[in-house]
Design a protein around this ligand. Structure first.
Ligand SMILES: Cc1ncc(COP(=O)(O)O)c(C=O)c1O
Length: 374
């Protein structure tokens, strides 16, 4: 047994040696999935990291205090399986009842449950062709039917195009990676006409300028709004996301969650998330700062000749009419600036750039000016 283990694992490099035929032990689902590739999290310091839409400012000091207070003897106990404090804080923030709130380990986990609990039907799930690239991954994992709906020539979502037979509809608002939004009235019109399936609005970036659909939750029982604390509340490292909708939709999510992991949020996450939602002043101050930086960054990049899509997110989506996107990303990287490129049809000449601090954006703009001049 120990001899066999030695043959498989190279303890020097902690790298597994691949053995031909081992994948026969994998399930057919695993053999066929193409996993989501998250944006790079380099271990190097001194980078200007504008590739994964994190907040350039730290979380509220009250969050740090609340998290530190949890480093106590009580860690021997399981956390609250229902994260009631977080549900109460979300409900208070949005004027809902806790029974309209579901909480999970990042909105990626919430979305994973949503796909399984509410969007898997015989008819195809609809989502934009240019969107959050996790959606097709969930579909493959759960072996779901889906169809993509093309965004327009200028990469906008047109909700009229979703009025066709479907088992569910999902799109981010604002959309990722474009940063473009749809209006609340367009969402209302879609919900008036699409009553037989669940409509999920992924509002990961909504706080940076789009209209939230939460006010429609009481009117449309088939609407589910998903949000995260990773972006505007600067808590990507804590992993907290939530969904808001009719209690019967929330019950479906609870059924999946309680068949998978009873404790998706640990004690640190529960305390930190509640504190973040309660500190509205800090949230508004840092969010407004990011919006101001975005507007000035957009102006400066347009002056350099970039085409910049109108963004209401904490990132912008840009291309240069004469310069190759991959080459630009490589040259930025040589200058320790990381941005995100998606090698996908229709958007392979774009770069997605997270809005950093004013100082980071100044370095970005001067580096791009240098690169374009060379
Ligand atoms: C559109 C969209 N939805 C959901 C997420 C997931 O966020 P998290 O799992 O950090 O809550 C992201 C992350 O980048 C995103 O871009």
């Amino acid at each position: 047994m120990s001899g066999m283990r030695k043959a498989v694992i190279d303890h020097e490099t902690i790298k597994y040696k691949r053995i031909p035929g081992m994948s026969r032990y994998w399930s057919s689902v695993v053999q066929n999935i193409i996993p989501y590739t998250p944006g790079e999290q380099p271990k190097l310091s001194n980078l200007i990291k504008l590739n994964t839409n994190e907040n350039p400012y730290g979380p509220s000091p009250k969050v740090l205090e609340a998290v530190k207070a949890e480093a106590a003897d009580t860690l021997r106990l399981y956390p609250d399986p229902n994260s009631d404090r977080v549900k109460a804080a979300v409900a208070a923030y949005y004027g809902l009842t806790p029974s309209q709130v579901f909480v999970g380990n990042g909105s990626d986990e919430v979305l994973a449950f949503v796909f399984q609990a509410l969007l898997k039907h015989e008819k195809p799930l609809l989502f934009p062709d240019i969107t959050y690239s996790f959606y097709p991954v969930y579909c493959r994992v759960y072996e779901m039917n889906y169809e993509t709906v093309p965004v327009t020539g200028d990469l906008a979502i047109k909700l009229d195009d979703y009025l066709r037979p479907n088992g569910g509809i999902i799109f981010p608002n604002p959309n990722a990676p474009t940063g473009r939004s749809v209006t609340l009235s367009a969402i209302g019109e879609l919900l008036e006409k699409n009553t037989e399936s669940v409509v999920v609005i992924d509002e990961a970036y909504v706080d940076f300028g789009a209209e939230s659909a939460v006010p429609l939750v009481d009117r449309y029982p088939n609407l589910l709004v998903v949000q995260t604390l990773s972006k505007a509340r600067s808590l990507a490292g804590l992993r907290v996301g939530f969904a808001m909708g009719h209690p019967m939709l929330i019950e479906a999510l609870d059924r999946v969650k309680n068949s998978f992991n009873s404790y998706p949020l640990d004690r640190f996450a529960i305390a930190g998330a509640a504190a973040a939602l309660e500190d509205k002043a800090y949230f508004e101050k840092t969010r407004d700062r990011i919006i101001r930086t975005r507007e000035s960054l957009v102006r400066k990049l347009r002056e350099l000749g970039f085409e910049v899509l109108p963004s209401v997110a904490n990132f912008i989506f840009v291309r240069h009419p004469e310069r190759d996107a991959v080459d630009l990303a490589r040259r930025l990287r040589e200058r320790s600036i990381i941005v995100r490129h998606f090698p996908l049809p229709r958007i392979e000449q774009y770069l997605r750039i997270t809005v950093g601090t004013d100082e980071q954006c100044e370095v970005l703009v001067s580096s791009l000016a240098e690169i374009l001049g060379s």
